[in-house]
Design a protein around this ligand. Structure first.
Ligand code: IMP
Ligand code: MG
Length: 173
């Protein structure tokens, strides 16, 4: 059965914002390289679009952590499903996430990556739900602050569906 998806952010709005963030990152990292860490799977669409708009040298790595089960509720448990391929020594790391909700996943991840001796660690997220924060995390780049609604599209899923939507929407139940 097909669910109804209400558009929250159009493809044009998302693209325009990613272009702005890419320009900001290019300015902030001028004269350096940036090592993007894509948090799978949700961060993959945003990472690709963002990477294309960054003008300083970019390298990429991928990591998969899980804090959510099949539904829309946090389990509070964070586990590494796939670790990075490369070490972080001396790198300027930028974690690229789809959404920050409770903040549990990212606070865990940031702490873990800091132990690998990078030069710096920053965080970039396409979406943020600040109202939902349980664990404090410093977010350096935010695409959009959104209300407390469960969203899909642009990498975000509901039971592994809708990641491929080119916009951000809310599943109407
Ligand atoms: P946190 O640890 O609660 O911040 O959870 C972050 C992760 O939960 C994100 O990377 C998403 O995978 C998932 N998540 C949180 N909110 C949503 C949502 O509205 N739609 C889809 N996935 C979400
Ligand atoms: Mg995620």
């Amino acid at each position: 059965m097909e669910d109804k998806v209400r558009v929250l952010l159009t493809e044009e709005e998302v693209d325009k914002r990613i272009e702005e963030i890419g320009a900001q990152i290019s300015r902030d990292y001028a004269g350096k390289s940036v090592h993007l860490i894509c948090v799978l799977k949700g961060g993959v669409f945003f990472t690709c679009e963002l990477a294309k708009r960054i003008t300083v040298p970019v390298s990429l790595d991928f990591m998969s952590v899980s804090s959510y089960g099949a539904g829309t509720k946090s389990s509070g448990v964070v586990k590494i499903v796939k670790d990075l391929d490369e070490p972080l020594d001396g790198k300027d790391v930028l974690i690229v996430e789809d959404i920050i909700d409770s903040g549990r996943t990212l606070s865990y991840l940031i702490e873990l990556l800091h132990k690998r001796n990078p030069n710096s660690v920053r965080l970039c997220t396409l979406l943020d739900k600040p109202e939902r924060r349980v664990t404090d995390v410093k977010v350096d780049y935010v695409g959009f602050n959104i209300p407390d609604e469960f969203v899909v599209g642009y990498g975000l899923d509901y039971d592994q569906k809708y990641r491929n939507l080119p916009y951000i929407g809310v599943v109407e139940v």
